[in-house]
Design a protein around this ligand. Structure first.
Ligand SMILES: Cc1cc2nc3c(=O)[nH]c(=O)nc-3n(C[C@H](O)[C@H](O)[C@H](O)COP(=O)(O)O)c2cc1C
Length: 197
């Protein structure tokens, strides 16, 4: 039996293609799989501010005025460590990732917990996990030199935490007309569902 952590970041709700791909994956999972489904659109993580940073940093004191941010951060990190596979719904927003998803990473990447620095440099502490990125974008891109930035950025953050086994499934050309969009969603849905079996 495995544990899946889903992180959704589309602001498109039921019309979202990345959510559709995530749902195709979930529908194909074997019975008995445990799923934690976190929707950053309906339940956004607050941006890091001067106030919350004092609570979520490595040296943060227990309790006090920053306890709320710390409690949320501990919960998010616990979900990551409990997962065998992290499935991220990733729309392309202005050539990058949605800010809701960036806020999640800003909470989850905590020095001393999900990564650490040593004399050899940074080391990810989230080991032995897989990630699947369900990526949706209106345009079509060649993906050269790190452009557009969403997938390379998300992969870099996952890798920094130690998650290097990452599979990307992309539905693109979604603004190229209904036929192109439908074919892209169908193909990507089949591809991601196959990963669940
Ligand atoms: C704020 C915003 C910015 C976007 N920027 C881009 C972009 O830079 N390139 C692109 O191809 N599509 C862009 N799109 C289109 C989305 O990537 C596309 O609608 C995709 O389906 C979003 O994923 P979703 O369906 O899961 O919400 C943007 C959409 C929004 C709402």
């Amino acid at each position: 039996m495995s544990n899946i952590l889903v992180i959704r970041s589309s602001a498109n709700g039921a019309a979202s293609v990345s959510n559709t791909l995530v749902d195709a994956y979930l529908a194909a999972l074997p019975e008995g799989t445990t799923v934690v489904d976190r929707n950053l659109d309906t339940h956004p993580i607050p941006h890091v501010t001067q106030q919350s940073l004092a609570g979520i940093g490595r040296q943060a004191p227990e309790g006090g005025a920053f306890a709320e941010a710390r409690v949320l951060q501990d919960e998010l990190i616990a979900e990551v460590f409990a997962a065998d596979t992290i499935v991220i719904g990733l729309p392309l927003y202005n050539f990058g990732l949605p800010s809701t998803l960036k806020a999640w990473f800003d909470y989850v990447l905590r020095a001393g917990t999900t990564f650490q620095y040593s004399a050899e440099g940074p080391e990810g502490l989230v080991k032995g996990k897989k990630a699947i990125i369900a990526h949706a974008r209106a345009g079509k891109y060649e993906d050269v030199n790190g452009f557009p930035f969403a997938v390379p950025h998300v992969k870099a953050m996952l890798g920094f935490a130690g998650v290097t086994d990452v599979t990307v499934v992309t539905a693109e050309g979604l603004a190229f007309g209904p036929e192109v969009a439908a074919e892209a969603v169908k193909t990507a849905s089949e591809t991601i569902a196959a990963l669940a079996r």
